[in-house]
Structure formats: C-alpha cells, structure tokens
Design a protein around this ligand. Structure first.
Ligand code: SF4
Length: 293
C-alpha cells in the first residue's frame, strides 16, 4: 500500500449528511379495482368488496414490511426514503393485533430495545437448531455497516457475527486495510440464526428475519453499507445478478450507498481475489473521506 493511501486511511472520518429521510410510502389500491365497485349494486357485495380492499391493503403493507417490494418497485440509487417507513410504526387495529409479536420491534428506539423486542425469536425454523441468536455488534452510530449472510458455526457458538476465520479476515480488512477499529463499525447479518450446515437461508427465513435487519439499519443510519457476498448483496438489492457483476460499483439500499464485495469466507477459499476486495474497499475509503481523487 502506498504511504499516501495509509495516511489517508488514518485521517479522521468526515461524517457526511444522512441519506435517510422519512418515506412517503402509502399503500395504493389499483384504480381498476376501485372502478369495479361501481358495478356492484347490492349493499352486501359492496361491504364484502370493502372488506377485500382493506384486506388487500393490509396484505400489501405486510409484504412491504417483510421486504417484498416488487409491487412498489425497488429502491434506486439516490432514493431518499427511510429504511422503515412511518406507516410501519402506525399499524393499528386488526393488523396491529396480527403482528403484535413484532410491533415492539418497529417501535424500538435503540438497538438494545430492538434486541429485547426480538427476544427468544421463534419466527422461523432456524430457531430450532441455533445455539445463539446473533444480533449484531459494533458502534450503534457507525458511519460504516458491514452486512453478511448469516452466522456460521463459530458465530452460532459465541453469539457474535464474524468471529471465525472469515471474521478474522474481516477484522483485518477493517483494522489493517481501513485503519479503523472493529468497534468503530457495525456488523450484522441478513438472518440472525445459523442455517444448518451453513446452507443459504431460505426465502421464508429471510422474509421473517429481514425486518430486523431493516430496523437495525434504520437505527444505526450508516452512510455506507458494505454487503459481503452473493447472498447478502442479492437480498439487499433484490436482484439475481451475480456478485461478479455487482461488486466494485456503487448501488443504493433505500438511499444508503452500498458497495458489494466478496464474502471473507469466499476469500479464504479464493485468496487470489483479495486484490479485488481491496479495490472495492479503497473505493469505500475514498467515499468516507469525501475524496474525488
Ligand atoms: S433467523 Fe431471524 S426470524 Fe428466524 S428465528 Fe432467528 S431471529 Fe427469528
């Protein structure tokens, strides 16, 4: 590494303006469905349709809450909506009752409150085989957030993300590569419990757990996210594009700058690609220092 690069990395971090702003999200009922109410003349049918419309609105809101956004369009670079929309904290009545077990997570004002609200989570089948629920670790006001796929064996045993061999490599990237301390950044995973045999998390498991990650991001409010590995990148960006096409270029997750790169576990198997990760990390360092050089 050139001396000038090392000096740059040790320079104080400049905190740029936040990228998150309140969302203007609202559930919309398709116009065609609204028009169709006019052809119904029997009051009971209208009432039934009104019930269906209400159910549809609530269903779409629930889909949004678990990260399914295809009906609304996914976030684009430069978009400035909050990770958690205001509507998500304003649920009431029947829907609030249906989701009463998770409503506390949406009302959490701190990471500690969120962790307490998640509790001994049994919301998906990964709960049955875990040793520890691995919530996340680091600075609750970090500028930089790393997001991986899910806990491995070491993480499951210790209850902390990225503590095994891959975790040591990530720590080296943070400390030796970026000149930061591990406690300066925030580290989390898409799912909080270890998938058996380290398989990829399944869609229903991601749908159950992703709201917790979204809330973590909303509370930490990082300016930059580094997404580690194919699964985290594809989940956050809602894409099937290969990591080889996505890494090294800036993307956006709800208005937050996101840099995809390879997972440290992949680098342990493919050390020749460390130079590619270093290229990605250098772009993040440059962004954090506000340099156009
Ligand atoms: S993976 Fe997430 S949703 Fe599933 S049990 Fe663990 S904390 Fe709950």
């Amino acid at each position: 590494m050139a001396e000038s690069d090392a000096d740059k990395q040790r320079a104080p971090l400049k905190r740029a303006p936040r990228y998150c702003y309140p969302s203007t999200y609202s559930a919309k009922i398709p116009r065609q469905l609204q028009r169709d109410t006019s052809i119904l003349s029997i009051p009971s049918d209208r009432e039934e349709l009104a019930t269906l419309v209400t159910s549809l609105r609530r269903h779409l809101q629930r889909q949004e809450r678990v990260g399914i956004r295809s009906l609304w369009g996914k976030g684009e670079a430069g978009q400035t909506n909050s990770v958690i929309s205001e509507n998500e904290t304003q649920l009431s009545g029947t829907e609030g009752d249906l989701f009463s077990d998770s409503s506390a997570t949406y009302k959490a004002k701190t990471l500690e409150e969120l962790r307490t609200a998640i509790g001994d989570c049994q919301r998906c089948k990964l709960s049955s085989s875990r040793t520890h629920l691995v919530f996340g670790v680091g600075n609750p006001r970090a500028t930089l957030m790393f997001i991986g796929e899910g806990p491995g064996r070491d993480e499951d045993l210790q209850g902390e993300p990225f503590v095994g061999r891959a975790g040591q490599l990530l720590t080296d990237i943070i400390t030796k590569g970026m000149g930061l301390r591990r406690e300066d950044v925030y580290i989390a995973n898409v799912v909080k419990c270890r998938p058996p045999e380290n398989r990829n998390p399944e869609p229903d498991e991601v749908a159950s757990c992703e709201p917790f990650l979204k809330k973590q991001i909303d509370l930490v409010k990082p300016e930059i996210i580094i997404a580690l590995g194919k699964f985290a990148v594809q989940t956050l960006l809602q894409t099937k594009a290969p990591i080889t096409k996505l890494r090294g270029t800036w993307h956006a997750y709800h208005g937050i700058k996101l840099m995809p790169t390879f997972h440290p576990a992949y680098l342990l198997r493919n050390p020749g690609d460390k130079k590619l990760v270093w290229e990605d990390i250098k772009k993040v360092i440059k962004e954090m220092h506000g340099s156009n050089a």
